[in-house]
Ligand binder design. Structure first.
Ligand code: AMP
Length: 223
């Protein structure tokens, strides 16, 4: 049985969450967002959530060992037997190496495609500072993708909120953290021959069409 393990990377605000949801649904594999997993733990006030909270609110990365253990746990669930699309993980070289090891040892496979959503820093800041979320994870933007009724989720009718780490100062710090710690992954995956750059400065549909086509080509999937 061939598996489809995909890692979507890109700076904060590039649209990873939105694009990951679309691609995972089309490919019928689970979408694993480490940010969402941490936020769920935070909401439920688990020990893991409490550990992650301080790092998250200040835009820092949660320590590697905590994050890797959480992903190792999630990827062992039966729904990941055929693959998964990772969003927001790995974010450091240590995480990438640990993930390669998990895939090799547990699944006898490796990542088949790493789409990188490329976007200039100025665009990232304006995207993140206008972002509104619903408690179920649906995402809106004041200008680019406003909800039909201000402050209310189109999908589930719940009240929208701004993420604590979407405040301007924290946004700049998150971009810096990305450049220092996550951007080296570009080189890491380029050397493995699985990196595919996708221009993120287009409509959601255009970007998702491109992402799907690089994944299908990289992972040997049919249309
Ligand atoms: P995100 O929703 O992907 O922007 O993640 C929100 C926050 O969760 C990040 O700023 C980090 O504090 C934490 N986080 C998410 N994924 C990771 C990861 N792979 N490694 C470390 N921290 C993470």
């Amino acid at each position: 049985m061939s598996q489809t393990f995909v890692v979507l990377i890109g700076p904060p605000g590039a649209g990873k969450g939105t694009q990951a949801k679309i691609a995972a649904e089309k490919l019928q594999i689970p979408h694993i967002s480490t940010g969402d997993l941490f936020r769920d733990n935070l909401k439920n006030q688990t020990e893991l959530g409490k550990t992650a909270q301080t790092y998250m609110n200040s835009g820092q990365l949660v320590p590697d060992e905590v994050t890797i253990a959480m992903v190792a746990d999630r990827i062992s669930c039966p729904d990941c037997a055929k693959g998964a699309l990772l969003d927001g993980f790995p974010r450091t070289i240590a995480q990438a190496e640990a993930f390669d090891k998990i895939l090799g040892e547990q699944f006898g496979t490796s990542i088949c495609c790493v789409p990188l959503i490329d976007l200039a820093n100025e665009v990232l800041v304006s995207r993140l500072s206008g972002r509104w979320m619903c408690p179920q994870g649906h995402v809106f933007h004041e200008v680019n993708n406003p909800p039909k009724v201000e402050g209310v989720c189109d999908v589930c009718g719940l009240t929208l909120y701004q993420r604590e780490d979407d405040k301007t100062e924290t946004i700049l710090h998150r971009i810096e953290v990305y450049e220092n710690q996550t951007a080296p992954l570009i080189d890491y995956y380029e050397k493995k021959g699985v990196l595919n750059r996708v221009d993120g400065n287009r409509t959601i549909d255009e970007v998702s069409a491109d992402i799907l086509s690089v994944i299908r080509a990289g992972c040997g999937l049919k249309e």
